[in-house]
Design a protein around this ligand. Sequence first.
Ligand code: NAG
Ligand code: NAG
Ligand code: NAG
Ligand code: CU
Length: 183
Amino acid sequence: MALFVKTVALLVLMAKFQVSLGVMYKVGDSAGWTTIGNVNYKQWAATKTFQVGDIIQFEYNSQFHNVMRVTHAMYRSCNASVPLETFNTGNDSYTVKTKGHHFFLCGVPGHCQAGQKVDINVPRNLSSTAPTPSALASPTVPAATTPAPTTSTAAAPLEAFKSGFVMFGVLIAVFVVSVSGVA
Ligand SMILES: *[C@@H]1O[C@H](CO)[C@@H](O)[C@H](O)[C@H]1NC(C)=O
Ligand SMILES: *[C@@H]1O[C@H](CO)[C@@H](O)[C@H](O)[C@H]1NC(C)=O
Ligand SMILES: *[C@@H]1O[C@H](CO)[C@@H](O)[C@H](O)[C@H]1NC(C)=O
Ligand SMILES: [Cu+2]
């Protein structure tokens, strides 16, 4: 029983902090990571709300491109000489582990200058309104106040799903507390 309670408690915590809810974003959507078609990666990123745990997927022809994670200065100047990380499989997944900016460019000469660069920014503020874990101790906390749906972005159904998931976690917590109270 104790293990069960711990497991459920962990699940609830994960739900609250949305640890397991990473979203996969394919850079450039169907165009992928390329210099063809003048994909506007700045615009692509601007329409997303990135969070820690999200997976950024770069799909490209590895004969022609690569992916380098770089500093802000290198990103700005398209300097690929000392990348922080290099990926070159043609299907690379980068898991966002920290808030803030994550800068990527293609290290093939000329490509970054042509616009093959992207800034994945996880706002440092985003989760500051997240409820504290005290909901576990007092399950009656009305955690179901759904985040105000933003304008018609594609992320809206996801937000609804997430808040639903959090609510589910709180329900489980209520259940566990009542069950363990009896036991
Ligand atoms: C690129 O960045 C490295 C490291 O900061 C620096 O040593 C080098 O001079 C830069 N190259 C150019 C062309 O700016
Ligand atoms: C790339 O990898 C993802 C999983 O990480 C997979 O879903 C996708 O089908 C792969 N794409 C290609 C072209 O192999
Ligand atoms: C962070 O929060 C402060 C105050 O809560 C706000 O003024 C600022 O605009 C926020 N920054 C971002 C990047 O959302
Ligand atoms: Cu390239």
